[in-house]
Write a protein that binds this ligand. Structure first.
Ligand SMILES: [Zn+2]
Length: 273
């Protein structure tokens, strides 16, 4: 599932290609992708709108129109293709946005879990309600995290995945953050010290930032015929390394389940305290 850095990469790619383009006609080939309006209604409201900018909030892509906002959540497998009108439609493309410059944006999603939300100008973007602060928000501090978690029994991994705390972290980066901070994914957050929260927050920012930078390099080689998934090569220290040697101490990395999610950690470097 794309997390904050991948969604940022997709948003940047879309902004690069689509800013100032006008949507001519929209077709929902799978009606349920339309998350907050009947699909015909959403298609009608999007037609004729010009794309001003594309940004991100948590794992949502925000497409700002000259009137209103289209919000897309890619969920598990969502991706975009930008094609010339004469090119064939990709299998599993469920939403087609025909642009008035003869290009077509295809929203492709094998598992059909992704969703589109449309809000008219001035309407509250309710799908974003309840999201926590962005990791790079200057007002997000370790002391705030420390204070808000006293005596809480939630494990750090589950806490990191909860989008109401810090927005944008998913399974891959949660494992990477725990590893970098040398804290067990099972560590109850209520017993994490202020010093540890400082390390956790700093690790969160540096890991996500490196991933965004690494994604940025894929934009330069991006061409309109390729699918924009935001995936890229980034060296991971925990995720996907079950049984491999810990890069810190050499102990085999272990897989456990935390909050129903597969979790990889080093049993020596990341002890519950
Ligand atoms: Zn280790």
């Amino acid at each position: 599932m794309p997390e904050l850095p991948e969604v940022q990469t997709v948003a940047d790619s879309l902004r690069h290609s689509l800013a100032n383009a006008t949507i001519h006609e929209v077709k929902f080939l799978w009606p349920k992708i339309s998350g907050n309006l009947p699909h015909e209604e959403m298609a009608r409201r999007l037609a004729g709108k010009r794309i001003l900018d594309v940004g991100r909030r948590a794992k949502y892509i925000l497409i700002r129109l000259d009137h209103g906002t289209l919000i897309v959540h890619l969920r598990m497998e969502g991706r975009f293709y930008i094609k010339e009108s004469f090119q064939a439609t990709h299998k599993h493309s469920h939403v087609l946005l025909h642009l008035d410059d003869d290009r077509r944006v295809e929203y492709n999603d094998t598992r059909k879990f992704g969703r589109f939300y449309y809000y008219d100008e001035g309407q509250a973007l309710t799908v974003l309600d309840g999201l926590g602060k962005e990791p790079f928000d200057d007002t997000l501090t370790a002391s705030e995290l420390h204070k808000s978690t006293r005596n809480k029994k939630t494990s750090l991994k589950v806490w990191l995945l909860d989008q109401t705390h810090i927005a944008g972290i998913g399974n891959i980066y949660a494992d990477e953050i725990c590893f970098a901070a040398r804290v067990s994914p099972k560590q109850p957050v209520g017993r994490i010290t202020l010093k540890q929260w400082e390390t956790i927050l700093a690790s969160t920012r540096s890991i996500l930032w490196q991933a965004i930078l690494s994604g940025g390099t894929t934009i330069r080689t991006y061409t309109s015929s390729l699918g924009i998934t935001g995936r890229f090569q980034l060296e991971l220290n925990a995720y996907g390394r079950k049984g491999e040697a810990c890069r810190q101490c050499g102990t085999p990395m272990k897989r456990i389940v935390v909050g129903q999610r597969g979790t990889i950690y080093c049993p020596v470097c990341q002890k519950v305290r």
